[in-house]
Design a protein around this ligand. Structure first.
Ligand code: GH3
Ligand code: MG
Ligand code: MG
Ligand code: MG
Ligand code: MG
Length: 315
């Protein structure tokens, strides 16, 4: 991308060697070292390679006429990449000028052009080019800011995994996808055991670190595109597993449970380490069922896992 302060790149297209020399001299006296072309084919070739900011374009050339060149350049221009085209011509009819603008020209000068007029026109175009570059800058900044906003609004700030909002959006999308495919969808709710006690004993900051470590293990369990690992809230996580039956989901949950225990984060519980409980459910989405039903069932299973003594998976 061109920066706003980059020097102007000017291409002069002119088949008369004498006129070409004169124009180049004019430009050099405003500290512009122009590129040159003496044919239409040469002009298009140089345009493609150099993407100049301004083209001074002779309307009458031996091969392709200037109007056609302007048309081709406009057709090839990329978004954010504008070249100012100034026609230089001895055709003096209003209709010729109108046609030049019509095919994409930005200005139209009669030959012979004086140095003063050429300098003034180049300066005027420079102003437009700088404005256009500023607009491109702003649009890039807006794009980047939008992306960042999008990331912030869908990511949990503490753990870096999907947040509840993302969960709500993607889980329902996955539910519908599995419904269309007539495949089962599984939901695993995971909750850190005795976490209030952990915070009370080790402090909130250690609690946060623990949450991050557990989130890392939950995220590892969702490597497929159809999987989603999210922080559901507080010390509770959720895994959405598309096209997964109860056995598959139980296996995934059991794995995460084991990996969290293997982190070996000290705790003051009888297990002496941080553990999680998991509630697992898988259903074939169909009419009459909803994702909310699935959520409630997974919650109930999680409650059962807690009742069964924690550090365990219940289906
Ligand atoms: P159980 O085994 O039944 O799940 O017991 P528990 O203590 O884990 O459950 P409870 O719901 O009583 O406590 C959850 C705790 O999680 C309380 C809350 O302070 C803590 N918590 C929630 N969000 C955060 C957080 O972002 N950071 C930290 N450090 N703690 C959090
Ligand atoms: Mg000519
Ligand atoms: Mg808990
Ligand atoms: Mg609780
Ligand atoms: Mg909880």
């Amino acid at each position: 991308m061109k920066k706003r302060t980059d020097a102007l790149k000017v291409l002069v297209v002119e088949d008369s060697k004498v006129t070409l020399k004169v124009l180049c001299n004019f430009l050099e006296r405003m500290d512009i070292k122009p590129l040159t072309a003496e044919t239409g084919a040469g002009a298009i070739d140089t345009y493609r390679k150099e993407r100049p900011d301004i083209i001074l374009l002779d309307a009458q050339l031996p091969d392709i006429d200037g109007f056609e060149i302007a048309r081709q350049i406009r057709a090839q221009e990329q978004k954010d990449d504008w070249t100012a085209i100034i026609f230089l011509t001895s055709m003096s009819k209003d209709a010729d000028l109108a046609r030049g603008i019509e095919v994409g020209g930005d200005d139209y000068l009669m030959k012979p052009v004086s140095e003063v007029v050429l300098h003034a026109k180049v300066r005027a175009m420079r102003r437009l080019i700088e404005m256009q570059r500023s607009l491109v800058d702003v649009s890039h900044q807006l794009n980047a800011a939008n992306k960042e906003l999008q990331r912030l609004s869908t990511t949990d700030g503490l753990t870096g995994i999907a947040n509840r909002r993302m969960f709500d959006e993607l889980s329902i999308r996955e539910w519908r996808r599995c419904e269309r495919m007539k495949k089962p969808i599984a939901l695993v709710m995971l909750d850190i055991d005795s976490f209030k006690l952990f915070n009370d004993h080790y402090g909130h900051q250690m609690g946060d670190e623990c949450l991050r470590a557990v989130a890392g293990q939950v995220a590892r369990a969702a490597p497929r595109a159809a999987d989603l690992a999210a922080r559901y809230g507080g010390e509770e996580f959720a895994l959405v597993l598309g096209e997964t039956d109860a056995d598959g989901a139980r296996w995934v949950a059991e794995n995460v449970r084991q990996h969290v225990a293997d982190l070996g984060i000290s705790h003051v519980t009888p297990a002496r380490r941080v553990t999680i409980s998991c509630g697992v459910v898988s259903v074939l989405p169909q009419s009459g069922y909803s994702f909310e039903t699935l959520l409630r069932s997974a919650d109930r299973a999680l409650y059962q896992a807690k009742k069964n003594g924690r550090d365990t998976v219940a289906v």
